[in-house]
Write a protein that binds this ligand. Sequence first.
Ligand code: GDP
Length: 402
Amino acid sequence: MLDQLWQVIALVVAIAVIGVGLVVGLLRGRRGKAPSIPARTTPTRPGGAGRPGAAGGADDGGGSVATLPGGPVTTTPGAEAPALPDLEPPAYEKPESARGRLARLRARLARSNSAIGKGLLALLSRGGLDEAAWEDVEDTLLTADLGVEATTELVESLKTKVKVEGTTDESVVRGWLREDLLRLVDPTMDRRVASTRVGDRPAVILVVGVNGTGKTTTVGKLARVLVAEDRDVVLGAADTFRAAAADQLATWGDRVGVPTIRSEREGADPAAVAFDAVKAAAEMEADVVLIDTAGRLHNKTNLMDELGKVKRVIEKRSPIDEVLLVLDATTGQNGLEQARVFADVVDVTGIVLTKLDGTAKGGIVVAVQRKLGVPVKLVGLGEGPDDLAPFDPAAFVDALLD
Ligand code: GDP
């Protein structure tokens, strides 16, 4: 009887132990299947420069901000890398390749500058060229902003050809014009933009120009050109005087997954932001850093002080490989005057002519190159994001003669 009782108790205990085991096992099993926390995603292009936390603060305690697609991340000098919020990788735009851009934009150039080519062709192939006709040729070239020196050279060359060849056949005249214009635009100049790493550091491009010329837009468009060429780009918003400039630049960067180093404080020291951008680009192992600057030309001494300081402070950290001067092609002689002032302050290595789509003054390409002795490297031909093209002398002259 007692034996039976013990057997029953043992059975009950065994059932209870098995039951508890089953419940615990079940609970454990469910916890094991709990959804895993997604790994932190980094807002960067594949292999890109937008690694989080790589942006350092200014050595002067500026504490710039790296605006990565998805929002700004504040950095403090000497502090640990900041934590990034979890983000889904955003879908970036795919900018158009730089190759062939001028071909696409050629019609715009031809439309606004047809006065040069078509006007000259009409005058020259009319035949019976007297002094008055040659004066018209001269006027056409001067109106197109070719400049007095280049105009005189071209007219002399054409006069000689007409005299020697004794023909004004349109196709022959077109050939002469093409040859002479191309010589004036100078296809031998090196128009490459320094945008690959130099040794173990990123290339540094400083972009200068008077406000309103299209400087910030150009930096944004150039970032797209470089992204299309698979470069890792960092932007530096050192135009700290115009309230919207940093936002404008960060928006350009965001669209193609390029980080922007900026200050949250309006009127912050532009040199400190430029320094931070160069430092961040080096830490991110980027290929190239593009620095937008302010161009308040109301006072040359101011400009000298400001730009001079930006240059000096950057050079404490890295040599500057390229200084691009942005000029608005519609401003004619004014633009040339601006070019001279900037060239006095910084060593301009290339010119970006913007708004060539809206002017019949394409001759400015020749005039400005002669004035500064540096090549036009890029041309702006519209307000679209991919309306910036590498300057190609032959395609340019052909568009003028279209
Ligand atoms: P910033 O003050 O020099 O930085 O000038 P912005 O970049 O803000 O540009 C001033 C204006 O010029 C903007 O409306 C741009 O869209 C316009 N712009 C810039 N480049 C071009 C261009 O190549 N063609 C045309 N038509 N407009 C341009």
